[in-house]
Design a protein around this ligand. Structure first.
Ligand code: ADP
Ligand code: MG
Length: 295
């Protein structure tokens, strides 16, 4: 009998290089502010064509006169349906402003914001109602979304199971860990039947291991539900772990200064050399931006 012997072979690891994508420029596009289309409250989604999000030369100024703050400057961004786009940039560069415009919570000072589909927002703080249980918080979101009482509990339990929290369905927020609370917040966002998930540093307050597990969960759920995700973070590794594409905003005013494709197969590992390589390229670019701003 021939016993195969494992022969160690030095296998070169192909580390993909972040692929810079040329930043678009469209001076010829008309600056029309388009409101996000009103969407019906139903779970059977109508077929809609076109990108999920289109920002056309979006500028946002807070205040007026000498105290005016230019938060975003002619941001041009298209997010395709089902795409996972991470937005990175230094603190104060306009990341949250960008998400609030896409969510329709605020209007741009100039430019167009077009959103095709329902959006749901998720923040660093879970902002759960403390007197409601995990499933009760999700149920409330379903109620606000017009879901009939008879099916609400079952739907809420399904969503709690989706975020792998069934065992803790009847616990109140103070009885849950930070990671669990963010799972409930995710289930609550999904209860809004959104196709576009807007996440503003959602895992920023969690420890590295919990964050790692939640990366796996959001990756799985986004794929299962064919979600479009706009994910804001200042953690470049996290962006490389999650994004199909990383958009880099300059320090104030926020401008898109670079975009990087992430050609790494899923499921991914944050500690993989491929992810580390891409994160390193983005970090170099981000550092340049922060330095430029500081000088
Ligand atoms: N409601 C507001 N009124 C005035 N200035 C604001 C307001 N919201 C944000 N800003 C300013 O706009 C800039 C961008 O803020 P923000 O979008 O929160 O940045 P980031 O999320 O990247 O940290 C900051 O300088 C901030 O101080
Ligand atoms: Mg912010």
């Amino acid at each position: 009998m021939v016993v195969p012997i494992a022969v160690p072979i030095a296998v070169p690891i192909a580390v993909p290089i972040a692929v810079p994508i040329p930043v678009q420029s469209n001076r010829d596009r008309p600056a029309i502010v388009l409101a996000a289309p009103a969407c019906e409250m139903r779970s059977t989604r109508p077929a809609v064509s076109g990108p999920a999000v289109e920002l056309g030369d979006v500028t946002k100024v807070y205040g007026a006169g000498a105290s005016a703050v230019l938060a975003l400057d002619r941001v041009l961004l298209t997010v395709e349906r089902g795409e996972f786009v991470c937005i990175v940039g230094a603190s104060g560069c306009g990341k949250s402003t960008l998400l609030s415009l896409v969510a329709g919570l605020d209007q741009p000072s100039a430019g167009s914001v077009q959103v095709r589909g329902r959006t749901a927002l998720m923040f660093q703080e879970s902002a759960l109602l403390p007197w409601r249980t995990a499933v009760g918080n999700v149920e409330l979101a379903l109620k606000l979304n017009g879901v009939a009482r008879a099916v609400r509990r079952a739907r809420a339990l399904e969503l709690v199971a989706l975020v792998r929290l069934s065992e803790f369905a009847d616990k109140r927020p103070h009885e849950l860990s930070g990671g669990m609370r963010q799972r409930v917040a995710l289930a609550r966002a999904l209860a809004q039947d959104a196709e576009i998930l807007l996440m503003d540093e959602p895992f920023g307050a969690l420890d590295a291991i919990t964050r790692d597990v939640l990366h796996d969960e959001i990756e799985r759920i986004a794929a299962e539900r064919a979600l479009t995700v706009l994910f804001v973070t200042h953690n470049v590794r996290e962006a490389a772990r999650l994004g199909d594409r990383i958009v880099l905003l300059s320090s104030r005013p926020g401008r898109i200064v670079d975009e990087f494709g992430v050609p790494v197969e899923r499921p991914r590992r944050i500690e993989s050399p491929e992810i580390a390589g891409i994160a390193a390229s983005v970090t170099v670019r981000l550092r340049e931006e922060v330095r430029r701003h500081a000088s």
